[in-house]
Design a protein around this ligand. Sequence first.
Ligand SMILES: NC(=O)c1ccc[n+]([C@@H]2O[C@H](COP(=O)([O-])OP(=O)(O)OC[C@H]3O[C@@H](n4cnc5c(N)ncnc54)[C@H](OP(=O)(O)O)[C@@H]3O)[C@@H](O)[C@H]2O)c1
Length: 273
Amino acid sequence: MTPSYGLEGRAAVVTGASRGIGLAVAEALAGAGVRVCVSARDPDAVRSAAEQVGGIGLAGSVADGEHLAELTGLALRTFGRLDIVVNNAATNQPYGPLMDADPEHWREAFAVNVEAPLRLVQCAWRAWMGEHGGAVVNVCTEGAEHVGPRVGAYGTSKAALLHLTRQLAGELAPAVRVNSVSPGLVRTEMARFVWEDAEEELGASLPLGRIGRPEDVARAVVWLASDAARWITGADLLVDGGTRVRPAWTGAPVAAVQERLRLRTPDVQRPAG
Ligand SMILES: NC(=O)c1ccc[n+]([C@@H]2O[C@H](COP(=O)([O-])OP(=O)(O)OC[C@H]3O[C@@H](n4cnc5c(N)ncnc54)[C@H](OP(=O)(O)O)[C@@H]3O)[C@@H](O)[C@H]2O)c1
């Protein structure tokens, strides 16, 4: 069970919360006594996630500014406050070399991964946090530090989200703290094409001996959102099982991941979002 860190009675919005890391974050926040509003595109999945965490939900894409405004409004009308925003929804498409990147798909990656977090924070700031304070946690990726084959749009957009985190932290202090977590490889749908059939080998290559579980990341998000982190803003917390400190001699599995990315991502770009 995640400690509650004095979060009881607060209210949160979590995007991309119908499965994976977002759902684990929503569950952990609810477990800490936070009232949670979840969002994702699939209405059935949103309904079931809201039920699972004992909260409320709204279906829509974070790329849609109206959805973000409605989400903020719904949370405020229902809970009477909005203390925490977790920007977790993301797309890891389009795949492929950047020289072939379709501008429309590139823009979609930035709309979901960078612009949406900014717009949601704007909504929360104007409606509640500017006056009452709050905490924002953005979900980035450990991979934003690396040059990976075929995931250039994702990596570039997540690197931008890291900087957005720092920029907002500077602009919104002292009322609102803005931090990020950067997960390593976590066992979710988004990363299935990396870990499937190789989970044990990939886990064994990490100092902490296994790949991540959604709740590993959720615990870090809850902590950053709480007053336990009250003197922390503009920080990025690596939640990566030691990926960054992996000794060089275990580098072979890293090459294996790169090879999987090369083989398992389609040549033809798919619509993103
Ligand atoms: N898994 C990893 O290894 C890993 C590593 C580093 C960072 N991350 C980051 O962790 C976060 C969560 O990823 P995950 O692995 O948990 O992925 P996931 O299991 O695929 O879940 C993604 C969630 O986001 C929602 N979503 C996707 N596009 C959306 C959009 N345009 N608008 C609203 N909701 C949307 C999905 O629901 P719908 O499809 O119904 O919208 C789903 O609820 C992402 O920011 C990702 O970049 C993951």
